[in-house]
Design a protein around this ligand. Structure first.
Ligand code: HEM
Length: 434
């Protein structure tokens, strides 16, 4: 998905024409990627996502190579399933909800600088918010390490994205080359990550810590194994790369869509006065349908794979066209309409609504991302009026990992004199300073 296929597949007008002409599965020879089968019906997507882990691999992709051998993206089969089992618990249920305070605090902090009546690109602010949420909830970083990582990681992920799309750049061609700069930044990153790991071990309250790094360390200790600091640092970086820009882009799309759909916006404001969130959750789901931030997922065929009437040989890639499916009237009529009500009190279809992919590789952070979007949007709605606009819809722009509004999700807001939350104090929420 992250390896350029995403970029090539879903926004490529030629591929849409091919789909119209030849049907829902198309074999494409793509320079650099080899033979690729693109599927875009729920039936075939289901066959892909329910295939056995030894038949379809997701590993061996450039992102995994850049992030290192300790990254979930470089693992398959047994090792991948073991790692997922270890990482999953904090991304669900009560454990996940324990991050609500961090999310709300960071959203409030990030929005504190929003100026009344001045148009701004909301994605910048959402990126800062989602970065700090991951650094605190996943890395358990505070104080000096939080500040250092906050400065280092945005330029580092930017270079990492170049290395993913152009393997030749991965070599260290000297101090100023992308490969050379990556190597230096990686060393700096590891120094900070190793310090965080050591501090966690030295913490007498390690057992009570709620951050995901603490959970990873406890799980590794429970298994009786040695903690490999380099692999652990790779995995932390993976969670950051996978979860930061994707969630920020989804939030920017929410702003872009809502400012063009005042009728939905006003109903959301009403809902935000209380504790209900059915419409807000449905709005996030509908936004991810009409504007999926990842457009395709890819698998590498390892053993002959039966797909519909065909047998796909090893070496081919099978790609699910997320955006193609989401915009197809056969599965989401009327697909062009922005209509959150279609998901109020109703779960989207597992194989027709696939913004988080599916099967054993389904996004590990999907529930966390939806929770995070919900709390950040709630904070926005309660504290600001978002001004509707009749400007044309923003186009989609590729930002290296995800598709985001090309102008960054432009917004004009006005701070409410009184927050909408009926249970809130009359004073605006305090701004965190850490
Ligand atoms: C709106 C936000 C997000 C979107 C749209 C998104 C989407 C995706 C997609 C499409 C995949 C590939 C699934 C597949 O190949 O079937 C994926 C994988 C992954 N995502 Fe997300 N993601 C989001 C947020 C997050 C967050 C917040 C985290 C964690 C903090 C995260 C962690 C991961 C990981 C670790 C994987 C790899 C799973 C594996 O290979 O087993 N994602 N995501």
């Amino acid at each position: 998905m992250w390896n350029g296929i995403s970029f090539l597949v879903a926004r490529n007008a030629m591929i849409k024409r091919l789909q119209r002409r030849y049907g829902d599965s198309v074999l494409i020879a793509m320079p650099g990627f080899g033979q690729m089968v693109l599927v875009s019906t729920p039936e075939m997507v289901k066959e892909v996502y329910t295939a056995k882990p030894d038949v379809l691999h997701a590993g061996k992709n450039p992102l995994g190579e850049v992030l290192g051998k300790g990254s979930l993206f470089s693992m398959d089969e047994e090792r991948h399933l073991r790692e997922r089992r270890m990482l999953l618990p904090p991304f669900h249920g009560e454990r996940m909800r324990s991050y609500e305070a961090i999310i709300e605090e960071e959203a409030t902090r990030g929005m504190a600088g929003w100026a009344d009546g001045v148009e701004f690109a909301s994605i910048e602010s959402f990126q800062a918010i989602t970065l700090r949420i991951i650094l605190r909830a996943v890395f358990g970083a505070e104080g000096r390490e939080l500040a250092e990582l906050e400065g280092l990681l945005p330029p580092m992920t930017k270079i990492g994205q170049q290395l993913v799309t152009a393997p030749i750049l991965r070599r260290d061609w000297g101090r100023r080359s992308p490969g050379g700069r990556w190597r230096r930044m990686l060393a700096q990153y590891q120094r900070i990550a190793f310090k965080l790991i050591d501090d966690h071990f030295a913490d007498p309250n390690l057992d009570e810590r709620i951050d995901i790094l603490a959970l990873m360390l406890r799980a590794q200790l429970d298994e009786g194994g040695e903690v490999d600091r380099a692999d652990t640092a790779d995995e932390l970086l993976t969670l950051l790369v996978a979860g930061h820009e994707t969630t920020a882009s989804a939030l920017a799309w929410s702003v872009e869509r809502l400012s063009r759909h005042p009728e939905v916006l006003h109903r959301l404001e009403d809902e935000a006065r209380g504790d209900d969130n059915a419409l807000r959750l449905a709005t996030a789901e509908e936004t991810l349908r009409v504007r999926p931030v990842i457009n395709a997922t890819a698998r590498l065929v390892m053993k002959p794979f039966d797909l519909g009437p065909w047998r796909v040989p090893p070496g081919h890639r099978v790609v699910t066209g997320i955006a193609l499916m989401h915009r197809d009237d056969r599965f989401h009529a009327p697909a062009r309409a922005f209509d959150p009500d279609r998901y109020v009190g109703k779960k989207p279809d597992t194989y027709a609504w696939i913004p988080f992919g599916g099967g054993v590789r389904r996004c590990l952070g999907a529930a966390f991302a939806q929770f995070e979007i919900d709390i950040v949007l709630r904070t926005l709605l309660r504290n600001f009026e978002l001004q509707p606009t009749d400007a044309p819809s923003e186009h989609e722009g590729f930002r290296g990992v995800a598709f985001a509004p090309a102008k960054g999700g432009l917004a004009v807001v006005r701070r409410r004199a009184l927050p909408l939350d009926e249970s809130a104090e009359a004073e605006p929420a305090a701004v965190a300073t850490s």
